[in-house]
Design a protein around this ligand. Structure first.
Ligand SMILES: [Zn+2]
Length: 254
C-alpha cells in the first residue's frame, strides 16, 4: 500500500553499526521508499559517505550541526563539507537551537549566531532547512522568519501549538515522529496543522513509539496510522500528501 519518505534520521549512529542492512530491509518492507539521514558531527562524515554510497538512490544526505557544538573549527568543517559536497547534500540540518541542554545566556547567544550562519548557508546553496528546536520552538521560528529563503522543516517540534500554527501559515513544514502515538503535544500539533504542512520522520535511533527501544525508519508506518486517525482521513491520503511534500521540498526524483 504505502510509499512513505523518512525525511529525518541518523543512520550513522553507532546503534546501527551491526544491523543496518536489516534495518534497511525492514524500512523497504514497511513501504519507506527513501530515507534522508542527517549528519550533525564532523566525525560522522566517513560513515555517512559509506552508507550513502552503498544505498545510492535510497539513502540521501543532510548535513548540519548539533546545536550544542560550540567548537568553531568543527562548525567550519561541516560548513565547508556542505559547499564541497553539493549536490550530494540535499538539505541543511539539523541545525537550530537547544534550550533544554543549553541554559547559559551567553552560550544561547552564540548558538543563535551559529544558527543564523547555517540559515545563510542554506540560502546561499539553495537547500531546505531541517530545524532542531528543543525547548526553543518559538525562538527558532522567530529567527527563521524573514531570514530563511528556502523551505523550512521543523523536525520533532516540541513547542507551543499556536506558534506552530503561525509558522505553518508562513509555509513552514513540520515533520512528525513516531512518538505521535503517545505524545499529547504531537497529537495536538497534528490536529491543528493542515495535512499540507506535514512530513514524516523517524529521527531514528531516538523518538521510538516504544519507550527505551531503538527507533528505526520502518516505524514511520505507525505514525502514518496515528496521523490518519487524528485527521479523520484515510491512511492513503496521509501518505499521498506527505510523500508529495517530501519530494517537492527535497527535490527528490524517485
Ligand atoms: Zn535528529
Amino acid at each position: 500500500m504505502r510509499v512513505v519518505i523518512d525525511v529525518h534520521c541518523h543512520l550513522t549512529d553507532d546503534s546501527f553499526i551491526n544491523d543496518l542492512e536489516e534495518v534497511i530491509v525492514r524500512a523497504k518492507r514497511a513501504g519507506v521508499i527513501c530515507i534522508i539521514t542527517s549528519v550533525i558531527r564532523a566525525r560522522e562524515i566517513p560513515r555517512a559517505e559509506e552508507i550513502v554510497g552503498k544505498y545510492r538512490g535510497y539513502v540521501y544526505l543532510s548535513v548540519g550541526c548539533d546545536p550544542t557544538v560550540f567548537d568553531y573549527r568543527e562548525i567550519e568543517e561541516l560548513m565547508s563539507y556542505v559547499e564541497r559536497k553539493l549536490p550530494e547534500v540535499i538539505a541543511i540540518g539539523e541545525v537550530g537551537l537547544d534550550y533544554f541542554l543549553v541554559r547559559d545566556h551567553i552560550l544561547r547567544e552564540v548558538q543563535k549566531s551559529n544558527f543564523i550562519k547555517w540559515i545563510e548557508l542554506a540560502n546561499r546553496v539553495d537547500r531546505p532547512l531541517v530545524i532542531h528546536s528543543r525547548s526553543a520552538g518559538k525562538y527558532a521560528i522567530e529567527i527563521l522568519m524573514g531570514r530563511a529563503k528556502v523551505p523550512v522543516v521543523m523536525h520533532a517540534y516540541d513547542g507551543g501549538v499556536s506558534h506552530a500554527e503561525k509558522a505553518a501559515e508562513k509555509g513552514f513544514y513540520f515533520s512528525i515522529p513516531p512518538t505521535v502515538v503517545t505524545s499529547d503535544q504531537k497529537q495536538k500539533l497534528v490536529k491543528v496543522l493542515p495535512l499540507e504542512n506535514l512530513l514524516l520522520e523517524s529521527d531514528a535511533p531516538v523518538l521510538s513509539p516504544k519507550r527505551g527501544v531503538r527507533n528505526e525508519p520502518a516505524n514511520i508506518a505507525i505514525a502514518v496510522r496515528k496521523i490518519a486517525e487524528i485527521k479523520g482521513v484515510g491512511v492513503e491520503k496521509v501518505i499521498e500528501v506527505t510523500t508529495e511534500n517530501a519530494k517537492r521540498i527535497f527535490r527528490l526524483r524517485l
